[in-house]
Design a protein around this ligand. Structure first.
Ligand code: ATP
Length: 519
């Protein structure tokens, strides 16, 4: 396995802007922290990833553990649900992050992202702080980045250079030690408050006559609860029988204390979630099924094995709903900003019967399932693979980004053909002599079969290839003088740069073979 190298996040973000993958939301008004828009190429990339997930999880899921079919259905539920949904799910009481305010800079941080080293200066012992979401592993990098900053004031820089000791979590300090902490954006120690819980749900008011007391509702912080509250509806109206799964994709909103790392931690994002209902005694087997298949799925889309890992949670990390001995794992990707560490892409967890039981208790509606064959009534257990679509897109963008000084574009996006936003480009070599007519006909044939086919007749062929390399288009077909005499075209491969001639009427089949089930 080759040594993994750290790519430049600044360069990746610059390409995303330049080529229309991702824009800052409300950019002309200065942007809004934690919100991102997708440009033409980004919107298609995101759609391709969402469609691939739907195709492989809902329409054609992997075979069951012992062989045989896996029953899956889809759902599309509201962003705003009855507020009691979030009381039952535990989000109103417990969906909190510990938050710390800086009285001097007025900035706000997540307490569990603050990492501390000690130094002596400014009349005594001081604790310096750096920001790192990925834990102590990432903190080491963050110290390095702080030392490279040119705007650190002299006295603080002196402290920074001598700051030593292993990184300690801010939350582990005593109140006296916290009083000696110099905040990341402060000039004097003691400006940080104690950690306080901050609820991450976005509140809103429903109706024209509403007020915060009587008509308060929330934007959903996850798509999962829309599935649980419809469990009975799905069982009663479709022919699914346990074991089966319900899947949904959609927006989720979290008022993150410190949105950061491009789209990785946003305040508005999209999830792709499955709730798989099974008999309690089969939960372990289905957990392993989903964990392994979800990892294999991300790999099948081109995320290299050394950048992708599965991390089983330790017993002390398990969420409140997870049973002792039940599995919870994260599928993690090595992003440039977590390098050499990893960041979560998807969580797979055995949620026991927690959610259905909670909704049964809060709504008074029975959430049990009647197994006709066994003549038995029970509340099913749930395995939840919960993936972030935006984090998936970000991982694909980071993985695809490939610097290549030999190319005119200096960089190309090596997307797996299945998720590449532009599937193929068609070029007439020159914009005359009958070539545009043939090229347009080919373009039309391809458009009828595949999504996003680019047509470009301008500039030199080299420049056109360079544009497609940066957009990550895997195949370019060129119509030239020879095409008019022997009906052949040149196909150029983005990754190998090889060019071969194939018959004009073989192009559709050529692309279909290479794109698999993708359109
Ligand atoms: P984290 O620990 O990174 O905040 P989480 O464990 O709270 O994530 P889950 O509640 O398990 O995340 O949500 C499932 C998935 O939703 C995550 O694996 C991630 O891909 C995505 N996700 C969660 N929060 C965000 C966010 N703020 N921005 C983008 N994607 C997110």
């Amino acid at each position: 396995m080759s040594e993994p190298t750290k790519k430049s996040m600044d360069e990746i973000m610059a390409l995303c802007k330049r080529r229309g993958f991702v824009f800052q939301a409300s950019e002309i008004y200065g942007g809004l922290n934690g919100f991102w828009d997708y440009g033409p190429l980004g919107a298609q990339l995101k759609k391709n990833l969402r469609d691939a997930w739907w195709a492989d999880c809902v329409l054609n899921p992997p075979a069951a553990p012992g062989g045989g079919d896996v029953a899956m259905v889809g759902l599309d539920t509201c962003i705003i649900q009855h507020p009691k949904v979030w009381e039952a799910s535990g989000h109103v009481a417990g969906f909190n992050d510990p938050m710390v305010d800086c009285r001097e800079s007025k900035k706000r941080y997540r307490a569990d992202h603050l990492w501390v080293r000690s130094a002596t200066g400014l009349d005594g012992q001081v604790f310096l702080v750096c920001l790192a979401a990925g834990g102590a592993e990432e903190a080491n990098d963050a110290w390095g980045a702080m030392k490279r900053r040119k705007d650190v004031p002299g006295p603080i820089w002196d402290l920074l250079v001598q700051a030593s000791g292993t990184d300690r979590a801010y939350t582990d300090l005593s109140p006296e030690q916290r009083a000696a902490v110099l905040g990341p954006d402060a000039s004097k120690p003691g400006s940080l408050t104690d950690p306080r819980p901050f609820n991450l749900m976005f509140p809103t008011i429903v109706g024209a006559t509403g007020d915060w007391e009587t008509n308060k509702a929330y934007l959903r912080p996850e798509t999962a609860q829309g599935i649980f509250v419809n469990f009975k509806n799905v069982v009663d109206t479709s022919r699914v029988r346990v074991p089966f799964g319900i899947a949904q994709t959609g927006k989720a909103f979290r008022n993150e204390v410190t949105p950061r790392n491009f789209t990785f931690r946003s305040r508005e994002f999209e999830q792709m979630e499955i709730e798989f209902f099974c008999r309690p005694e089969d939960a372990r087997e289905w957990y392993v099924y989903w964990r392994d298949n979800r990892l294999a799925w991300w790999r099948s889309l081109g995320l290299a094995s050394d950048n992708l890992r599965l991390r089983e949670h330790d017993a002390d990390e398990l969420a409140h709903y997870a049973k002792e001995g039940a599995g919870t794992s994260d599928i993690e990707y090595r992003f440039p900003f977590t390098f050499p560490g990893f960041g979560e892409l998807e969580g797979v967890s055995h949620r026991s019967d927690f959610d259905l039981r909670q909704h049964q208790q809060h709504s008074g509606v029975k959430m049990d399932y009647f197994d006709q064959e066994r003549n038995e009534r029970y509340i099913p257990h749930v395995i939840e693979p919960s993936a972030g679509l935006d984090r998936g897109v970000l991982a694909l963008l980071c993985e695809a980004y490939t610097p290549d000084p030999e190319r005119a574009s200096k960089v190309y996006m090596k997307f797996h053909p299945r998720i590449a936003p532009i599937k193929a480009a068609v070029f007439p070599l020159v914009n005359k002599d009958g070539m545009p007519e043939v090229a347009e006909r080919l373009r039309n044939d391809l458009r009828a079969r595949f999504s996003m086919i680019e047509y470009d007749a301008k500039q030199s062929i080299g420049k056109r290839y360079a544009r497609m390399d940066e957009a990550g288009c895997p195949f370019c077909f060129t119509i030239d003088g020879e095409t008019l005499t022997d009906n052949s075209v040149t196909v150029r491969d983005r990754d190998t740069l090889s060019q071969e001639r194939i018959a004009l009427d073989a192009v559709v089949g050529y692309l279909a073979d290479r794109l698999g089930s993708a359109r």
